[in-house]
Design a protein around this ligand. Structure first.
Ligand code: PLP
Length: 294
């Protein structure tokens, strides 16, 4: 993946009134070393991030991503980010993406250097992985036990469930396990049989005329792509719901998709040993919408 552009921010919290871009951001050489080795993002994975899809230099759903960055900051006891400044930084990074085609902008907010005065924040723009194949061919998934029951988010808020933290080692291990089992991706389930999300995507399923996604109150990320797609489906006259989804309901789905900011919508062709119907036309219409400026 080619890193095209990087900015470090003089971290500003919500109540910081500074508006001058040049005073608060510094463009850095994306191929040079920049991170202090004592930074807690590197030492402990202690921080949060967002990955924003960019299409033809247009950063998609920036407000939804900044909302979730603020939500994650709240869960992790990090200072609330200054939205106006992050928005300016995203706009600046988008200018460095290819004029035609897909890219990704990452926002990272770390707790900062150990014993240091403030968080560390930076933004990068890079070329996106090519997901055009999975958008039409689809993905085979296996369900993987997340190792806790559905009461954990309420019982143990220190697990930071629902925050998009930098600690993705478990998510990456789940993807490797899925591949060892002959699948392309995974869907986490709780020990009491509640369906959660994929390691890097939200799940949407169709049951008759309704589109359903597992409720974010179950300790999962509230996906920006899922929110955006639900807005689109609502405008098209469909019904949507946030619900508790059982594994049996997942097997019975009329169709299902993994959705995320850079992959967009990938239809699920198989869950464990159960084949799922694929609605190629509906999937193509999802991706047409997701590729349009949002
Ligand atoms: N759930 C997890 C665990 C993720 O990592 C992601 C995205 O990376 C998502 C859901 C989907 O979120 P979004 O649609 O905002 O990309």
């Amino acid at each position: 993946m080619t890193l095209r552009f990087a900015l470090v921010m003089d971290f500003a919290a919500r109540d910081d009134a500074r508006t001058d871009f040049e005073g608060t951001f510094a463009t850095i050489d994306p191929s040079a070393s920049a991170l202090n080795i004592a930074d807690l993002s590197a030492q402990r994975g202690d921080g949060i991030f967002e990955s924003i899809g960019v299409i033809d230099q247009h950063a998609q759903d920036v407000i939804l991503h900044l909302d979730r960055l603020a939500h994650s900051a709240g869960i992790c006891d990090l200072p609330a980010p200054n939205r106006a400044q992050w928005q300016q930084a995203v706009a600046r990074a988008a200018e460095h993406c290819p004029p035609v085609g897909e890219a990704v902008i990452k926002l990272i907010l770390s707790r900062g250097v150990e014993h240091g005065p403030s968080p560390t924040a930076w933004i990068t723009a890079s070329d996106a992985t090519d997901f055009s194949g999975v958008r039409s061919a689809g993905v085979r998934v296996v369900t993987l036990d997340r190792g806790y029951d559905s009461g954990v988010p309420a019982r143990a808020p220190w697990l930071l469930l629902g925050a998009k933290t930098l600690s993705y080692a478990v998510n990456m291990a789940a993807l490797r396990e899925a591949r060892r089992r002959g699948a392309d991706d995974a869907i986490f389930i709780t020990t009491d049989d509640v369906v959660l999300e994929a390691p890097t995507a939200s799940l949407i399923l169709r049951a008759g005329d309704r589109f359903i996604t597992p409720a974010p109150s179950g300790g999962i990320l509230h996906g920006t792509t899922q929110i955006s797609l639900f807005d689109h489906l609502r405008a098209e006259g469909y019904q949507m719901a946030y619900e508790e989804v059982s594994v049996a309901a997942l097997y019975r789905a009329d169709a299902a998709w993994l959705v995320s900011s850079v992959r967009l919508a990938a239809p699920i062709t198989m869950i464990d040993d159960t084949e799922l119907p694929v609605d190629a036309e509906l999937t193509a219409s999802f991706n047409r919408y997701l590729l349009s400026p949002r």
